[in-house]
Design a protein around this ligand. Structure first.
Ligand SMILES: *Cc1c(COP(=O)(O)O)cnc(C)c1O
Length: 381
C-alpha cells in the first residue's frame, strides 16, 4: 500500500449517502452495540484469551452460551456452529454428508455459491427448474421429478437444497413439501437462509429442515465474513465430527472459523436481530407498498405476487426508454438517484435491477418512490 492508497481508505463517507437500497447491504448494517464491539475486539485473535481448544466452548466472552444456547433455540435446530458465511456452511455440509459423484438437487433460483460449494465438494448438480418471466416460480413438486431424472440415469442423490428466499427475485417457496419428500427419500435437506435467517421468523424444526445456513454479514447485522450452520441429529454428528488426529478439533471447520471481531459483532447485534425478526410483517408491508407504487410508475415487480420479501427485482421499460436519450445514457439513473441521496442500484442498470426495502423507514420508502417519480417526469417533461 502506498501513502496514496492509505489516504483512499479514509473519509469514504460511507453512511452519509442517505438511503442505500443495495440488497446485499441492508441487513448487514451494524447496530451501535456491534459497531462499538468492532473497535474493542478488532485485534486478530481477540476472542481467544480464554480458549481451551474449542472456540465454541469459550465462556468469556460468552461464546458457548451463544453457539450452544441462543442460536440453536433461535434457529430451531439441534447443533449450530459459526462459519465464514452461508457458502462455507453449504460447502461444509455437502463435503461432510455427500460422496464425490453424488448429485445435489437444487432449486432453479439457487445462488451461485451453492453451485460452487457442490463443485468444490466434487458433486454434480440437478436443477428443479424455475418458471420463466415474470414470476420465476419454483414448484416444490419439481423435486420429485428431479429425483426421478437422477435415478433414471443411475445417479446417487446426496442432498437436496432450497434457497429461501432466492437472492435474485426474493421468492419464497414453502420448504415443508420439499422436506417431507426428502424425509421419505432419506435425503438430507438443506435450507439456504442467507436472506431469511436474521430477517424473517424461521424455525428449522417446524419446517422439517435438516441443515440450515445463514449469512451474518447479509442478514444478521454482523461484520463479516461470518455465517451460521445448523444441523439436526445424526447429520449434525457427521458435519461436526471431531478429528481423529487432533483432539477436540472439528475437521469440517478446520478447528475453528471466525476467531475475532466478526463473531463479537454478531453476538452484540443478536438481541436486536431477535427483536427485528418479530417485526417481519412490517417489512413485508413496506415492500408491498413500494411494489404497488413502482408498478404505477411502470416499474414492474417480478417474482412472487403479492411479494413477501424486502428483496425485489424490477423490470422497467420506462427507464430503459429514457436511457436511450438521456445524457450519459444508461448511467442517468445512478446519477439522478445519487443527486437525490439514494444509492445501491448498480450504476448502468435501468431495465432490470433489484433493490431492498429492508429496515427503511416509511418516510424513506416514500422518498424513494418520490425520487423515481420525479426522475421519470424530469426526463419525459
Ligand atoms: C448472499 C447469498 C449467499 C452468499 O452468502 P455468504 O454469506 O456471503 O456466503 C448465498 N445464498 C444466497 C441466496 C445469497 O443471497
Amino acid at each position: 500500500m502506498t501513502l496514496d492508497h492509505l489516504e483512499r481508505l479514509k473519509c469514504l463517507k460511507r453512511g452519509i449517502s442517505g438511503i442505500n437500497l443495495d440488497p446485499l447491504q441492508r441487513g448487514g448494517i451494524l447496530t451501535p452495540e456491534a459497531r462499538d464491539a468492532l473497535m474493542e475486539w478488532g485485534d486478530g485473535y481477540s476472542v481467544c484469551d480464554f480458549c481451551n481448544g474449542e472456540i465454541d466452548r469459550i465462556r468469556n466472552p460468552p461464546i458457548e452460551d451463544f453457539v450452544h444456547g441462543l442460536l440453536p433455540e433461535f434457529l430451531g435446530i439441534d447443533e449450530v456452529r459459526i462459519t465464514h458465511g452461508a457458502r462455507e456452511g453449504m460447502y461444509a455440509a455437502m463435503h461432510a454428508l455427500c460422496r464425490p459423484g453424488d448429485v445435489v438437487v437444487v432449486d432453479g433460483n439457487a445462488h451461485y455459491t451453492a453451485i460452487l460449494a457442490a463443485e468444490r465438494a466434487g458433486l454434480e448438480v440437478e436443477y428443479v427448474p424455475a418458471s420463466g418471466s415474470p414470476h420465476y416460480k419454483v414448484n416444490p413438486a419439481g423435486y420429485a421429478e428431479a429425483f426421478q431424472r437422477v435415478k433414471d440415469r443411475g445417479g446417487r442423490i446426496g442432498m437436496a437444497l432450497l434457497t429461501y428466499p432466492d437472492g435474485n427475485y426474493g421468492n419464497i417457496v414453502d420448504p415443508r413439501e420439499v422436506s417431507a419428500f426428502c424425509h421419505e427419500e432419506e435425503v438430507p435437506f438443506l435450507l439456504n437462509g442467507a436472506y431469511s435467517v436474521g430477517r424473517m421468523p424461521l424455525n428449522a424444526g417446524d419446517l422439517g429442515v435438516d441443515i440450515i445456513v445463514g449469512s451474518g454479514h447479509k442478514s444478521m447485522a454482523s461484520s463479516g465474513p461470518i455465517g451460521v450452520l445448523g444441523a439436526r441429529g445424526s447429520y449434525a454428528k457427521r458435519i461436526f465430527a471431531k478429528s481423529a488426529l487432533k483432539k477436540n478439533k472439528e475437521v469440517e471447520l478446520l478447528g475453528c472459523t471466525v476467531r475475532g471481531a466478526g463473531l463479537i459483532t454478531m453476538m452484540a447485534s443478536f438481541p436486536h436481530v431477535v427483536e427485528r425478526v418479530g417485526r417481519w410483517d412490517e417489512e413485508v408491508r413496506k415492500a408491498r407498498a413500494l411494489c404497488s407504487a413502482f408498478e404505477g410508475l411502470g416499474i414492474v415487480p417480478q417474482g412472487d405476487r403479492p411479494h413477501s420479501h424486502d428483496l425485489i427485482f424490477f423490470e422497467a421499460e420506462v427507464l430503459y426508454e429514457i436511457s436511450k436519450k438521456a445524457k450519459k445514457g444508461r448511467y442517468f439513473l445512478y446519477r439522478d438517484l445519487k443527486a437525490r441521496g439514494i444509492c445501491g442500484i448498480k450504476a448502468g442498470l435501468t431495465r432490470r435491477f433489484k433493490l431492498s426495502t429492508y429496515m427503511l423507514k416509511d418516510n424513506e420508502i416514500e422518498a424513494v418512490i418520490d425520487a423515481f417519480a420525479d426522475i421519470i417526469e424530469s426526463h419525459q417533461g
